[in-house]
Design a binder for this molecule. Structure first.
Ligand SMILES: [Zn+2]
Length: 421
């Protein structure tokens, strides 16, 4: 332990707690939000460190945590007891001996559902339970109705059902929405696909089911899922941008290990940045020059229809990707052109933010072998020489990133540091 009580760790926790550079000391305190350091602030920090070691290195023994962190054994034991009592950590038998007694190994408690995630997307709404590690246990879905008086009661019914069947183990509900959300009030400020304005979604669900509800924009929620459950190149980055390609295009900005929200949660609306004219489809806001109108799933489908002249039964984006992966040339061409426009927008973000990584999420990530060249060529061409570029990666969150995002809104609250740095 250092004299300031902050453990010396060889991992990123040390970096998170100790200013890396002189410049970082220049942050101005927000006196409206800062409380005097409480006596147990250091204990809270140590608790989060132990919990996150178990999360990332499980199975791990108390002795291994002590070696990694320089925390005292007695401190770790006390914290582990507390985490066990709270149902966050459990013991899973004995590990290899390094001389003395065989150590008891620890891991995250995986038994039982703790969170419910609700992902409302323009087409489908998914509701699922998950354990503490983010594994989906049960899932149901239905077609989203643009009328909130139809969609929200259906959500409430499923949440209530899951909650009852889990006998009170569900602690919180996370909701992701494809539009502008104010996380502080829990209101959907504006959801362009459904024309929802100022609907108190969080309050309506919370009152009906009797559970706390955390709500956020879909891209922010997916960015949070990448931060906590993504591949290490992403989750270890302090600054990265998640680009969610779906019916629209959304971006979630992770700045210094947390979601950058801006005023009333309105940051990250890059889907509406102007990148050209005469897009193949109108944007959800009605304009024809937004990034979303050039780079969304809808734009790719419109290009495919132009190329083939097919106008009958609307083709789903999933089928378009499947056809392209099968080698169908029009489907490939439509995706590659869409990737080019996706790359133009990403170039602007890279030039403006200089993030460590940009992650592309959504169904389009499955077509990575087909689109990677078009994407990286556009970005390399646009980002000027001499400026640092970012690594561009497909998301590894799987087929339902919005659902993983909704669950992460709850789970991140368990692992994130609640203290002000
Ligand atoms: Zn727009």
């Amino acid at each position: 332990m250092c004299s300031d009580g902050i453990p010396r760790s060889r991992t990123r926790y040390r970096q998170a707690l100790a200013p890396k550079q002189e410049l970082q000391k220049l942050r101005r305190l927000d006196l409206r939000k800062t409380q005097a350091a409480r006596l147990n602030t250091i204990r809270d920090i140590n608790r989060q460190i132990v919990l996150n070691y178990v999360r990332e290195r499980e199975p791990i023994s108390r002795a291994e945590i002590a070696r990694e962190t320089d925390l005292q054994r007695s401190t770790i034991s006390a914290i582990v007891e507390e985490l066990k009592t709270e149902g966050l950590v459990e013991e899973v038998g004995e590990g290899q001996s390094t001389g003395g007694r065989r150590p008891t190994m620890l891991r995250l408690r995986t038994k039982g559902a703790i969170a419910i995630g609700v992902a409302i997307t323009p087409t489908r709404t998914m509701v699922a339970t998950s354990d503490l590690a983010g594994r989906v246990i049960e899932e149901r879905e239905f077609l989203t109705d643009a009328d909130p008086e139809k969609t929200l009661p259906e959500v409430i019914g499923l949440v209530r059902d899951f909650s009852r069947r889990n006998n009170g183990s569900i602690e919180t509900v996370g909701v992701s929405l494809p539009g502008l959300v104010d996380p502080s009030t829990g209101n959907a400020v504006y959801v362009p696909f459904f024309k929802w304005r100022d609907i108190p979604v969080s309050q309506l669900i919370s009152t009906a089911v009797g559970l706390p509800v955390v709500i956020d924009n879909d891209a922010n929620a997916v960015a949070l899922a990448e931060l906590w459950f993504g591949r290490p190149e992403v989750s270890d980055a302090r600054d990265f941008i998640l680009v969610l390609v779906a019916e629209g295009v959304g971006t979630g900005i992770i700045f210094d290990g947390q979601v950058y929200r801006g005023q009333r949660g309105a940051a990250g609306e890059f889907g509406h940045m102007v990148i050209g004219t005469h897009a193949p489809v109108p944007c959800s806001c009605g304009n024809h020059d937004c990034w979303e109108a050039f780079a969304s799933e809808r734009a790719a489908i419109a290009r495919y229809m132009q190329l083939t002249g097919v106008n009958a039964s609307p083709l789903g984006f999933k089928e378009l990707v499947a056809q392209a992966l099968d080698g169908e040339s029009n489907a490939k061409a439509a995706l590659i052109e869409t990737a080019h426009y996706l790359g133009i927008g990403i170039s602007n973000l890279v030039v403006g933010f200089s993030p460590e990584a940009v992650v592309v999420g959504g169904e389009i990530a499955r077509a990575w072998p087909l689109i990677e060249n078009a994407l990286t060529e556009t970005i390399e061409h646009s980002v000027r020489r001499g400026l640092p570029s970012a690594i561009i990666l497909p998301s590894t969150l799987g087929e339902q990133p919005e659902l993983r995002g909704a669950l992460s809104l709850v789970l991140a609250g368990k692992f994130a540091a609640a203290f002000a740095a």
